[in-house]
Design a protein around this ligand. Structure first.
Ligand SMILES: [Ca+2]
Ligand SMILES: [Ca+2]
Ligand SMILES: [Ca+2]
Ligand SMILES: [Ca+2]
Ligand SMILES: [Zn+2]
Length: 561
């Protein structure tokens, strides 16, 4: 069973063709969901079109061997990405949450198309870097998009019902219409009845209601004859429970994998973020709900420093201001606690503030409103009329109902671009909130003995402190600002606090946000005494911060007598 399913999954993936989706003017139709191959083709076309700004990286392979691709965006002429504060943006950790990946891709397109036209974007691409990963989990996203498979995250087989068999009972498209919808069967004990306002809609049965009553199941058969229909479909892991901080065993939380970072998709993420200490913020996109989850996440909120939470709330308030949508803490589900999330790991182990935008509030408040909308605006194409079907074990059933993937769980294509675009101003605003170093012109002063004192000041003109959060400071996971001097035909004869590598530690610098507990002062300085040993001697001063970028002076000749 396992092998057959994997083979059919692979065939499904190979069957994808990557048509050219980028138009001659560089634009892309954002009212479309793209497969992993199409998404990669779009990013490859951008790299060809904008070689100065875009670079494609493969950071690992998925469970089925697909490339895990990240698009790096920055202006190479103003310095490499590694020397600039960066924002990490992903989507698609959860397979059917396809809007999240669409937003990541659209965000990258917005940056590339906006450069040179929009002053804010031009400045951001010149001074910051972006790492955009539209398909966190390409196997699962393609299974959902291309084959309508229902699965939470990765396609790695899991025995979800504990019967010793893995993925033995997925859903089946019994009526062959290309969709997995619902089956309803008349049952006096059923908990549903047709709505009096719209008989196509099944609502919860109330006390004293009149029949007929229905039992509703997802479309399929009981493949393993255990009495349950569709109880163990493809996959079963939740990759956003597989991160190493506060990871939990299955007795506390299912689907988290056998051990932290057991999965290639999560391992590549932790490797990538750790290897890119310039990342100052994480946008880990999901769907649906129409709000943003903030820290604290995946552990007791009391463990979090209240000053860090104040900072998180301040940053989140801007989202509400820009979108009129709420921000909610991620850890207050008493009954549904989460463990091992990406943003929890990023905060505790890297000091980074991460966010979980849950896109798409849905169509209206009730199922009835969704039906009405799809009737009036979407040509009725998301409803499959209830049609009799002879089920092999249940006998007479009806198959039909709402095709919910692109109406309830994700927006219909017509609304996709607008839903994603709503979030972009806040993403840009967050990118601007990074720390950012700026240095003064070094001052050179000739001393009596013929040596030259070189001094320079540096300031964090950004918003966040260079340590990002108090967690980043206290756990020493974000490095302080350091200075060093580059020399031509000169040597350092005395230096203020120079370490073995010739660097002077400036320390952490506060930004314009007054984070309680952050070191005082947003500026620092460094000083060296140097001596020329040949004519034409010159120096250049460099201040480097993982999170605030690297700034360099030009080469300055040492003053002659
Ligand atoms: Ca099973
Ligand atoms: Ca069907
Ligand atoms: Ca079964
Ligand atoms: Ca079973
Ligand atoms: Zn999700």
């Amino acid at each position: 069973m396992k092998t057959t399913m994997l083979v059919s999954l692979l065939i499904g993936l190979i069957g994808v063709t990557s048509a050219g989706q980028v138009r001659a003017d560089g634009t892309v139709d954002w009212n479309r969901y793209y497969s992993h191959a199409e998404s990669n083709a779009i990013m490859e076309a951008w790299v060809k079109r904008h070689p100065k700004f875009a670079r494609l990286m493969t950071i690992g392979k998925s469970y089925l061997g697909a490339d895990l691709t990240v698009l790096e965006i920055t202006n190479q002429e103003t310095g490499p990405a590694s020397e600039k504060p960066a924002l990490y943006v992903d989507g698609g950790i959860h397979s059917s949450e396809l809007t999240s990946g669409a937003l990541a891709l659209q965000f990258a397109g917005h940056l590339l198309q906006g450069y040179g036209k929009d002053a804010e974007i031009t400045s951001l691409v010149d001074t910051r870097a972006f790492y955009v990963r539209p398909k966190f989990n390409p196997d699962g996203s393609d299974a959902s998009l291309l084959r309508g498979v229902s699965l939470r995250s990765s396609v790695r087989p899991v025995d979800s019902d504990g019967d010793g068999k893995m993925d033995e009972d997925p859903s089946e498209d019994l009526n062959g219409d290309g969709y997995i919808t619902q089956m309803r069967v008349v049952d006096p004990k059923g908990d549903r009845r047709p709505s009096t306002e719209d008989p196509r809609v099944l609502v919860r049965r109330g006390r004293g209601d009149k029949g007929p009553f229905y039992r509703v199941m997802s479309e399929g058969i009981d493949n393993d004859l255990d009495g349950q229909i569709n109880e163990d479909g493809i996959g079963g892991l939740d990759l956003n429970r597989n991160f190493p901080r506060n990871w939990a065993l299955p007795f506390k939380q299912g689907g988290a994998g056998p051990f932290p970072l057991s999965e290639p998709e999560t391992h590549a993420t932790v490797r990538f973020i750790t290897d890119h200490p310039n990342i100052t913020g994480i946008l880990h996109n999901h769907t649906s709900g129409g709000f943003v989850y903030r820290l604290p996440s995946a552990c007791d909120p009391a463990m979090f420093d209240s000053n860090d939470i104040e900072l998180v709330k301040t940053l989140g308030n801007k989202f509400t201001e820009l979108t009129e949508r709420p921000v909610r803490p991620s850890s207050t589900h008493a009954t549904r606690h989460r463990y091992g999330t990406l943003i929890s790991w990023a905060y505790w182990d890297r000091g980074i503030i991460g966010w979980v935008p849950e896109l798409w509030p849905g169509l209206g408040r009730s199922e009835l409103e969704a039906f009405r909308y799809q009737d009036e605006k979407l040509g009725g194409r998301y409803f499959v009329p209830w049609t009799p079907h002879d089920h092999p074990t249940l006998g007479k059933v009806e198959i039909g109902g709402l095709r919910s993937r692109f109406i309830r769980s994700n927006p219909p294509q017509e609304l996709l671009e607008a839903e994603c675009a709503l979030h972009i101003p806040w993403f840009l605003w967050l990118a601007q909130r990074s720390p950012l170093l700026k240095m003064s012109e070094p001052v050179l002063k000739r001393l009596g003995d013929g040596s030259v004192a070189v001094s320079a000041d540096v300031e964090n003109v950004g918003y966040l402190p260079t340590h990002l959060t108090l967690r980043g400071l206290e756990a020493k996971v974000v490095k302080p600002v350091v200075a060093h001097i580059e020399l031509r035909d000169a040597k350092v004869v005395n230096a203020n606090l120079v370490d073995d590598a010739g660097r002077s530690v400036v320390g952490h610098l506060r930004g314009s946000y007054a984070l309680q507990g952050s070191p005082e002062g947003s500026s620092g300085s460094a000083r060296w005494v140097v001596k020329a040993y040949a004519p034409g001697a010159a120096v250049s001063v460099v201040f480097a911060s993982d999170t605030g970028g690297t700034v360099r002076s030009k080469w300055i000749p040492l003053p002659a007598k």
